[in-house]
Design a protein around this ligand. Sequence first.
Ligand code: 13P
Length: 248
Amino acid sequence: ARKFFVGGNWKMNGTVSSVKELVKTLNDAKLDSNAEVVVAPPSLHLLLVREQLRKDIAVASQNVYDKPNGAFTGEISVSQLQDSNISWTILGHSERRTILGETDEVVASKTKYATDNGISVIWCCGESLEVREAGDTVSVVTKQLDALKAKIGTDDWSKIVIAYEPIWAIGTGKVATTEQAQEVHAAIRKWLKESVSQKAADETRILYGGSVSEKNCKDLSKQTDIDGFLVGGASLKPAFVDIINANQ
Ligand code: 13P
């Protein structure tokens, strides 16, 4: 069985004091021991969070570069993450794809570099509203997956968690219906089986992201192919604890 997984993407939010408060909320909370939890603070707060947060919650960066250390102003490296006990990163978030201009190939290359060097990746995909309305959701997501596979190959997907995040549902309060989410998750799992391996299809967690809240998480978590969540706005609030415990 796939372990239920909840990620909190804090995006570009928080101050030293609000981050400390959020860490205290998580440290004091009673969390489902069957859930794997990862939080992704902004780079500036990674070290503070890793030092103060309970050790059964892992910490992720929101980006990482695909080269060793060196003259790459503004970037952080895989070895810097490891040196600070940061074991995960988020790659391919739609905000980085659309606002920062990262292509499928750039995202795939970063994912390859991170996983080859021991960092686990929450790899994000998802369609725009325009694509959904044109009925092209599965083909767009498949294209994103194909670009990833072109770099990763089919051998080892154990360091990858896939997050399906429809762009029209991110930060909008407009959550995908359980049927809409399950349909795409099932298509991703079918792609894993046909294009990677039966093992990858059986073992890879597929998360849903986009306006997940303490109210809608239980129904979503009951869907066969939804193995957890990538949470934005609600991960900054005590409600995140209820989402972690959604599968109890
Ligand atoms: P919201 O939960 O705020 O919609 O954000 C989702 C997201 O982008 C997580 O990566």
